[in-house]
Design a protein. Structure first.
Length: 366
């Protein structure tokens, strides 16, 4: 059995962060989202992995490499444009070689992993196994309609959903899916939809097995979902201090201070992860915050946020909450009058009461 990870999308819902970075490499609890998928696949004892890449292919190649650190062998498959999930399967046919495979969307998190699901697929041997989860906003997802425990129809992002069962971003297929992806036509939005391919299997009498999951799952395509995923993953951490914490600082609850980090005259209330070589000086870092490597926070307060690497947050007067701040961002306050917040940010910045800034998104409480 092989695995196919899709990492070629543009991540439009996370712009402006994704103007310059792959959404699959945004860290959740200081680990790139894509790495959780690779870990889950390795745990399921699958070794051959194809990663479908697009515009951010070089960044993903540099981050993942050969896959050896997970005991995997990774092959990169280039998709010229994001033409749909079924299109990704179509271009990966030569790599998959008629074998059964798991298809995993690279920006999804399944907290309990996929090992038991892979074992179920191998035992039952359907042509396809789809994972479903009840959601409050099914209009955002592919939606399945079940009747007497059988899948009768699928629809991609319907305006009037027939159920609240969304397709989770993990699918399992045998070689019948290749017949389907070659038979279907592009949808009105110009993509080969995986829902259409699975519907083809249903219509042709192939066996599609639904598995409704009860555990936690997140599509991290939106800011709110990413912050929620970060919160849930941080709840599972175990405290450890590999860096330096001075006597004037206080660590409360579950806190990870990684190697080379320094905490000076600050309070850190967990769950929190402080990345390698970070400096936290005269600041407050509140619950559900992850700060990636080589970042400085000085004379500032942050909570319930994700801060990427090489950023500088200094002398901010209010508390920053619900933030996603990208790489190499500077956030600081000018002491000149009239008082103003001066931000050095990336492309397509927007600043308001609820802020999405360059490679950052946040709200400030004053």
């Amino acid at each position: 059995m092989k695995a196919l990870i899709l990492s070629g999308g543009k991540g439009t819902r996370l712009r402006p962060i994704t103007h310059t970075s792959a959404k699959q490499l945004v860290p959740i609890a200081n680990k790139p989202i894509l790495f959780y998928a690779l870990e889950a696949i390795a745990e399921a004892e699958i070794r051959e992995v194809g990663i479908v890449v697009g515009e951010t292919k070089q960044e993903i190649r540099e981050a993942v490499g050969s896959g050896a650190r997970w005991g995997l062998h990774v092959t990169y498959i280039e998709q010229e444009a994001p033409l749909g999930l079924a299109h990704a399967v179509k271009i990966a046919e030569a790599f998959l070689e008629d074998q059964s495979f798991v298809m995993y969307l690279g920006d999804n998190l399944v907290k309990d992993g996929i090992r038991s699901l892979v074992e179920e697929f191998k035992q039952l041997q359907p042509n396809s196994q789809i994972l479903l989860a009840k959601v409050r906003d099914p209009q955002r997802f592919g939606v399945a309609e079940l009747r007497n425990g059988r899948v009768v129809s699928l629809e991609e992002k319907p305006s009037n959903p027939k159920s609240d069962l969304a397709l989770v971003g993990v699918y399992m297929f045998d070689k019948a899916i290749f017949e389907a992806v070659h038979a279907i036509k592009p949808s009105p939005r110009g993509e080969l939809e995986i829902t259409d391919a699975i519907q083809y299997l249903i219509d042709k009498g192939y066996r599609v097995h639904p598995h409704v999951i009860n555990g936690w799952w997140k599509d991290t395509g939106k800011l709110e979902d990413m912050l929620e995923a970060n919160r849930i993953m941080l709840e599972a951490i175990t405290s450890r201090v590999e860096g330096e914490v001075d006597e004037a600082s206080q660590l409360i609850g579950k806190v990870v201070v990684e190697q080379g980090a320094k905490i000076v005259a600050s309070a850190v209330r967990g769950p929190v992860i402080i990345g390698k070589r970070c400096q936290i000086i005269n600041s407050y870092i509140g619950p559900f915050t992850s700060i990636y490597h080589d970042t400085l926070v000085q004379n500032s307060e942050i909570e319930h946020s994700i801060i990427l690497d090489h950023s500088r947050i200094t002398d901010v007067g209010g508390r920053l909450e619900d933030c996603l701040i990208g790489k190499s961002v500077e956030v600081y306050r000018s002491d000149s009058k009239p008082k103003a917040y001066r931000l050095m940010l990336g492309d397509s910045s927007q600043v308001g009461f609820s802020v999405q800034i360059g490679r950052a998104s946040c709200r400030e409480r004053v």
